[in-house]
Ligand binder design. Structure first.
Ligand SMILES: NC(=O)c1ccc[n+]([C@@H]2O[C@H](COP(=O)([O-])OP(=O)(O)OC[C@H]3O[C@@H](n4cnc5c(N)ncnc54)[C@H](OP(=O)(O)O)[C@@H]3O)[C@@H](O)[C@H]2O)c1
Length: 199
C-alpha cells in the first residue's frame, strides 16, 4: 500500500492516522508547527506513521486534509495537488464559536475544491466524530458506515477501497454536488449518525 499524506494532525487527522496504523497502512502526517511537534503522536502510532512537512504530505498520491475551516487557505497555500486524490474531511464550522460559515448556497466541498486546483476531491471522513474514526469499525456485530462522494470515479474507487480496507462499510453518495451536501455539517442530514451495516 502506498504512503498516504495527512495535512492536519488534530482530532480528525490523528484519528485517521490511528485507523491507518491499525491496519499497517503507512502515512506521513503534518501540521502547522512542523514535524518535531508531532514526535509524541507518531511515537504513539508506531513505525508506519511518520511526521513530515506539509509539502511531504502533499507529495503523496492520496492526501487527506483535516484542518480548521478558516485555516485551510494557509494550510494549502503553495501546494501543488493537481492530479492527486485529495480527501476533504473538513466541515465549515469551528470551535470555539461553532458559527456556521456563510457558503452562499454552495457545498463546502465545492469551496474546498477551489483551494486545490486540479485535484480529484473526494469528500469522506468528515461526518463521524473523531473517536469513531479512530475506534474499531467492527461494531454492534456489523461494520461502521462511512460515506464518500466525488466527481472522479477512479479517485472515488480508491477511497472506497481504502475505507473497506480500514474495516468500515463505505457508501458512495454520488457526485460532490449531491453527496457532499448530504454529509455536510452543519446542514446535511447524515453527519454524526453512527450507522452500522450488517451482513
Ligand atoms: N473533531 C471532529 O470530531 C471532526 C469530525 C469530522 C470532521 N472534522 C473536521 O476536520 C477538520 C479538523 O478538525 P479537528 O477537530 O481535527 O481540528 P483540530 O483538532 O483543531 O486540528 C486542526 C489541525 O490543523 C492543523 N493546521 C492548522 N493550520 C495549519 C496549517 N497552516 N498547515 C498545516 N496544518 C495546519 C493544526 O496544526 P497545528 O496545531 O500545528 O496548528 C491541527 O493539527 C475541521 O474542518 C473539522 O470540521 C472534525
Amino acid at each position: 500500500m502506498k504512503t498516504i499524506g495527512i495535512i492536519g494532525a488534530g482530532a480528525i487527522g490523528s484519528a485517521f492516522a490511528t485507523a491507518l496504523a491499525n491496519k499497517g497502512i503507512p502515512a506521513v502526517i503534518a501540521n502547522s508547527r512542523g514535524p518535531a511537534s508531532l514526535q509524541d503522536l507518531v511515537n504513539k502510532l508506531g513505525p508506519g506513521i511518520r511526521a513530515g512537512t506539509r509539502e511531504e504530505a502533499a507529495a503523496q498520491d492520496m492526501v487527506l486534509v483535516a484542518v480548521n475551516w478558516s485555516k485551510l487557505p494557509a494550510a494549502l497555500a503553495g501546494l501543488d495537488l493537481a492530479g492527486r486524490i485529495v480527501i476533504d474531511a473538513n466541515n465549515p464550522i469551528e470551535a470555539p464559536l461553532f458559527k456556521p460559515v456563510e457558503l452562499h448556497g454552495r457545498a463546502s466541498s465545492e469551496v474546498f475544491a477551489e483551494l486545490v486546483p486540479g485535484a480529484q476531491v473526494v469528500k469522506a471522513f468528515n461526518h463521524l466524530l473523531a473517536h469513531l474514526v479512530a475506534s474499531d469499525p467492527a461494531a454492534e456485530g456489523g461494520r461502521r458506515v462511512l460515506f464518500f462522494s466525488g466527481d472522479h470515479p477512479g479517485a472515488k474507487a480508491e477511497v472506497g477501497a481504502l475505507i473497506e480496507r480500514l474495516g468500515f462499510s463505505g457508501i458512495d453518495l454520488g457526485p460532490l454536488s449531491l453527496g457532499a451536501r448530504l454529509v455536510q455539517f452543519p446542514g446535511g442530514p447524515l453527519p454524526a449518525l453512527n450507522l452500522v451495516k450488517f451482513g
